[in-house]
Design a binder for this molecule. Structure first.
Ligand code: ADP
Length: 390
């Protein structure tokens, strides 16, 4: 089949799906999307939107009729449902074996550990007593991180336990044992960094420059590239990226989030088997961005250059209030020619919801940082002018 006639099926039509489509459309590929919402960010630019719950087999059967290759923008999806597509003979990228290993944070840590990749100490827990046992000084001690092993994102599914007094509350917050739980030693990190990379069906691969990330309330707030870390940390992070690339048999773009400790060691926090929020800088700062390379990778096309063309700061635009989405400060922000604004097309703003992002590019990273910070007061998403908390 002529490659440009290939049809791409994407499970999930959120902002990451939308950004994949923008790149797929550059070459005119047909894209079908499966999403529970008729109004999802991808709805206005995909060729076919199948509206169904992501656990509903019927939606996947329908998707299989409109695609030659399947990918997903979100890891918390039903493997059983994806197996329906595999049975229909459709290739799925990243492969289901990769997704299976990553979907559960406990098994993910086990795979990392088995491959010699350092991770924070971790263990499964079932009860309040077991969490208290882990918090004893001879075990992990406090503070302690409690996490659900599945379904977590943007800090939902994690709870910080500062002292034994917080244990019951944290246990309750994460579902009182209805979800599988694990504890992790608390890492008193110096920095959080991430590595975005991409591997093609052909085995061809690229690694993007390391990004430095700041989270606010466990949600990514700012990404700065290049990260302010020394060469040995860069090379350790790249080694981890290269090692995992083949060990996990990724096909497409993926991201490894890491902690850099005060003495320069790296511990892997988690892996996302998809393009990542911390890789949005690649859209303006690299020749071929993480979404373009993802599309190329799953179609077996040669990958594009991932090197950094300009230093860059990315800031997430989170909803500042609840209601009909409104964007403020666009004209003011566009007075700066080096500012790029992305709005994902979500009709409803919710406090803390990822609504868009902006990037500032500048050969002088300090200038980019200053402007990115100033813009927090100017550009925001909410429902009225009064509620910018940036
Ligand atoms: P999610 O999957 O919801 O993004 P993460 O496991 O990445 O959850 O945790 C969210 C944030 O919480 C991380 O970016 C980091 O800032 C903090 N965090 C997670 N695990 C630890 C840990 N073991 N030690 C210290 N901070 C942590």
């Amino acid at each position: 089949m002529n490659i440009i006639n290939k049809k791409i099926g994407i499970v999930g039509g959120g902002q990451l799906g939308k950004m994949m489509i923008l790149e797929a459309k550059r070459l005119g590929f047909y894209v079908a999307v499966l999403d529970p919402s008729p109004d999802c960010p991808a709805h206005s630019i995909c060729d076919k939107l199948i509206v169904a719950d992501l656990n509903d087999p019927k939606g996947y059967m329908e998707l299989s009729k409109h695609a030659d290759v399947i990918t997903y923008e979100w890891e918390n999806i039903s493997i059983r449902a994806l197996e329906i597509l595999e049975k229909e003979g459709l290739p799925i990228y990243h492969p289901l074996t990769t997704l299976k290993a990553i979907q559960n944070k406990h098994s993910q840590n086990e795979v990392l550990h088995k491959n010699g990749i350092p991770v924070p100490k971790f263990t499964k827990v079932k009860s309040i007593d077991e969490i208290k046992e882990a918090g004893k000084p001879e075990n992990f001690g406090y503070p302690l991180m409690l996490k659900t092993t599945t379904g977590g994102y943007d800090g939902k599914g994690t709870a910080l336990i500062r002292t034994e007094n917080d244990v019951e509350n944290a246990y309750k917050t994460l579902g009182s044992g209805t979800m599988e739980l694990m504890v992790e030693e608390f890492v008193d990190f110096e920095k959080e960094i991430s590595l975005v990379a991409c591997r093609s069906i052909s085995g061809d691969s690229v690694i993007y420059p390391i990004a430095e990330n700041t989270h606010v309330k466990s949600i990514l707030d700012t990404t700065i590239v290049p990260a302010d870390i020394d060469m040995s940390t860069i090379s350790k992070a790249n080694d981890i990226g290269r090692k995992l690339m083949s060990a996990m048999e990724f096909i497409g773009t993926f991201c490894i989030e890491m902690f850099v400790t005060k003495n320069g060691d790296i511990l892997v926090n988690e892996i996302a088997p998809r393009p990542h929020n911390s890789g949005h800088f690649t859209i303006e700062a690299c020749f071929s961005n993480q979404f373009e390379n993802h599309i190329r990778a799953i179609l077996g096309l040669p990958l594009g250059d991932a090197s950094l063309q300009t230093p860059c700061v990315m800031v997430n635009l989170l909803g500042q209030s609840d209601g009909k989405t409104a964007l403020f400060g666009l004209e003011e922000a566009y007075k700066h020619p080096n500012v790029h604004i992305h709005l994902y097309g979500k009709s409803t703003s919710k406090t803390g919801r990822k609504m868009g992002h902006y990037t500032v590019v500048d050969n002088d990273i300090n200038k980019a940082k200053t402007l990115a910070t100033e813009l927090k007061k100017i550009i925001f998403v909410g429902t009225n002018k009064e509620n910018n908390n940036g």
